[in-house]
Design a protein around this ligand. Structure first.
Ligand code: ZN
Length: 416
């Protein structure tokens, strides 16, 4: 079985032009002394909007690895797949993010629930997890509630896992279970019993992505109580550590943070806690690279700046349509979006500074940033006009992508 390294970083690339630049950032981290496995992730939804195929991401990853003479391990992640769309990813991916969020809350049969509750009998009463100060009170009612919420979802995950293994003809891939795209966070005690379900289904999960407390809006910083996040994150780590031994799960099982990109204020807490317990982490980003493409176009000035402005102006006019699929993960204050007329007068520098994520920069506007984040469909519609501009301004854009991933993300996350 393919086993993922201790630290890994998910790099999304919507238009598959930035593989080299992304890999350069991870190589820089390696030079600074930390091995971080690059994972190129792309969801079915992104492929549909951009009219790309899972195989394109594989080609991009392989090509970048070859171009840079990179010797480390790397993965191609079929991000947020389910039974209806996984088939197209089987050949080209070796990392599968099995998304079962849509099955949460669908009750299993009474027999299935009874069997699960029976399998957890020994954990009723006071459940003490090493290093967590307070015990969890577990009774049959709690087990039933957890089963009602999650059992159907994990049964489905088992089906998807087996579908992949059968169609691939081997188990030589990394399995992630994700349930982050839901409204309410899973508590650490729920996570413990979700892991029991995963063990019962014999899914060799190596990463798990729960929904954490707080808002993980696209492309902007964490919104919520960082202390509360840290407490929950620490308990999740300890729950996983205990569950791995207790349920005989994969010994490298680690948390996966679907960051929605740029959760800078929780990076130091993640770093502090994984260091404290010597644990691994997977952090997934997606749109941050696409935003750097638009920044790079703006920096390049001329026709490229015009295209960047046009992406914003069109996104502004089609705000409702573009935001609808992302309603739960964006928070745009409409009255703080600059008008098309205003943006038309902006310099290259002003546009880039407004979009670039430098917290505290006087020009930075998280509303405009979120709107452009969900506006990649506009660039996809521009077709070769857009991708030709990417090629023509490859050096500047590549520098933006590399600097963003290394300086703003990896350096913060791993304190390099
Ligand atoms: Zn996610």
């Amino acid at each position: 079985m393919k086993k993922i390294g201790k630290y890994s970083f998910g790099i999304g690339d919507r238009f598959v032009h930035q593989g080299n630049a992304q890999l350069r950032a991870l190589v820089k981290a390696q030079v600074s002394g930390i091995e971080v496995t690059p994972v190129w992730n792309k969801s079915n939804r992104e492929h549909m909007y951009v009219h790309s195929n899972p195989a394109d991401t594989r080609v991009e990853a392989d090509q970048a690895v070859k171009a840079l003479g990179y010797k480390g391990d790397y993965c191609v992640d079929a991000d947020h797949i389910n039974l209806s769309n996984v088939a197209g990813f089987v050949d080209s991916s070796d990392f599968f993010t099995i998304d079962v969020a849509s099955k949460i809350g669908i009750p299993a049969t009474p027999d299935e629930i009874a069997a699960f509750v029976a399998s957890c009998k020994r954990y009723t009463g006071q459940l003490n997890i090493p290093n967590i100060a307070h015990p969890f009170l577990v009774d049959e009612a709690l087990l039933k509630t957890v089963a009602d919420k999650f059992l159907t979802a994990i049964t489905e995950a088992g089906k998807i896992y087996r579908f992949i293994a059968e169609n691939k003809g081997s188990d030589d891939f990394v399995t992630e279970i994700s349930m982050d795209e839901v409204e309410s966070p899973q508590s650490p005690v729920e996570l413990f019993f979700i892991l029991k379900m995963i063990a019962n289904e014999k899914i060799p999960a190596q990463t798990i992505a729960p929904k954490f407390t707080g808002r993980f809006n696209k492309g902007v910083d964490y919104v919520g109580d960082v202390t509360k996040f840290a407490q929950e994150f620490e308990e999740d780590i300890l729950v996983i550590d205990f569950a791995v031994k207790e349920f005989n799960l994969m010994d490298n099982l680690k948390l996966s943070v679907h960051s929605g990109s740029d959760k800078f204020s929780i990076y130091p807490e993640i770093q502090r806690i994984i260091t404290k317990y010597d644990k691994g982490i997977h952090v997934k980003t997606a749109g941050t690279t696409w935003l750097e493409e638009v920044i790079g176009l703006a920096v390049s000035d001329g026709e490229a700046l015009k295209a960047a402005k046009s992406i914003y102006t069109q996104a502004l006019a089609r705000q409702e349509e573009l935001c609808a699929p992302y309603a739960d993960v964006i928070d745009i204050k409409g009255d703080q979006l600059p008008s098309a007329v205003e943006v038309a007068g902006w310099s290259s520098e002003k546009f880039a500074n407004t979009l670039r994520h430098i917290p505290g920069h006087p020009d930075y506007n998280p509303n405009l940033r979120q709107l452009i984040h969900v506006g990649y469909k506009i660039a996809a519609e521009m077709g070769t006009y857009y991708t030709d501009l990417l090629k023509a301004n490859n050096n500047v854009i590549g520098q933006c992508v590399e600097e963003n991933l290394y300086d703003r993300h990896l350096k913060r996350l791993f304190q390099l």
